[in-house]
Design a protein around this ligand. Structure first.
Ligand code: NAP
Length: 293
């Protein structure tokens, strides 16, 4: 199928320097791989340096491109500043930032204590602001234009959703930031857009949002009109378009890539069906997945 194939022309991102937070795994890795294939140089960042280094090696081997792995917890502003400094020292410039790093877990909200809520808010909303502020003010101070920020959100950013309340609140904030800065910082030559992916079965997502015992009970594609999961390449195609100059008139937009699921029910409110006694088992599975990394 064509949606499994690369879409942009060869060299569409030639010599663009792109930072992808959370770029060592899942969708971040898939976007980075395609950016490299299109000629970009990439920085991938997250907390686990060993994962980043392995991914960087693999991607350089697979694509022949250049990847700099940088350890950076997006919650810590001084680490974000260091990531920007490392990128500039290594590649000399930054052309695009993809705010993809996130934390999420399913839980009845009465079991989410304030610390759990703020952990997710700090990674997703504060972390996106930290990276956007550090990179954006660099562009403003150095008077560079034609720069792009792409934020990865979720469809529950505007529908809301039970059982993932911290993430839904944080993604709503990121969507609002996208639209706000698309207007305010357009005068500095920046564009801001977002993608709201539907069901893309990455390890990180499956471990934390769809653990094994749930998979036996629920089919995540059942509510998706096209009756399938998303393919990494189709997300990478859209992301590459949005950070490329082809999308020069697209600004402040959030593109939903979910096979129509949000029109049926893109939320996780179906978890109402889970019997109360099963939540302890789910919590253990998610905690074990977090420990494994
Ligand atoms: P993933 O592989 O678990 O990606 C999350 C990434 O964020 C990891 O690489 C993780 O690396 C990084 N991260 C977590 N906390 C961090 C922190 N404090 N600082 C820096 N990096 C941090 O999951 P994914 O499915 O690819 O998700 C990617 C994005 O897509 C997320 O924004 C997610 O909300 C969004 N999304 C995914 C789906 C889907 O179906 N897969 C659907 C809707 C939205 P470390 O652990 O090394 O820090």
């Amino acid at each position: 199928m064509l949606y499994q194939e690369p879409m942009l022309r060869e060299g569409a991102l030639q010599d663009q320097v792109i930072i992808v937070t959370g770029g060592g795994t899942g969708l971040g890795r898939a976007m980075t791989k395609y950016f490299l294939e299109l000629g970009a140089k990439c920085v991938i960042s997250s907390r686990k340096l060993d994962v980043l280094e392995k991914t960087a090696e693999e991607l350089m081997h697979e694509t022949g491109g250049k990847v700099l792995p940088v350890q950076c917890d997006v919650r810590e502003y001084h680490q974000v500043e260091q990531m920007v400094a490392d990128t500039l020292a290594h590649f000399g410039k930054i052309d695009a930032l993809v705010n993809n790093a996130a934390g999420n877990f399913i839980s009845p909200t009465e079991k989410v204590n304030p610390k759990g809520f703020s952990t997710v808010m700090n990674i997703v909303l504060q972390g996106t602001y930290n990276c956007t502020y550090a990179v954006g003010t660099h562009w403003i101070e150095t008077k560079q234009t034609n720069k792009k920020v792409l934020n990865i959100v979720a469809t529950f950013a505007w529908t809301g959703s039970g059982y993932v309340v911290p993430s839904a609140c944080a993604k709503s904030g990121v969507l609002t930031m996208t639209k706000s800065l698309a207007v305010e910082w357009a005068k500095y030559g920046m564009r801001f857009n977002a993608i709201a992916p539907g069901y893309f079965p990455t390890k990180g997502m499956v471990d934390r949002l769809f653990p094994e015992n749930l998979q036996k009970m629920l089919d995540p594609t059942a509510n998706t009109p096209v009756k399938r999961a998303g393919e990494f390449q189709e997300l990478a195609n859209l992301a590459a378009y949005l950070v490329s100059d082809y999308s020069g008139f697209v600004n402040g937009e959030c593109i939903t890539l979910d096979g129509g699921a949000v029109l049926v029910d893109g939320t996780m409110n179906y978890l109402d069906k889970i019997p109360a006694e099963m939540w302890n088992e789910i919590e253990q599975m998610v905690r074990a997945a977090n420990k494994r990394g």
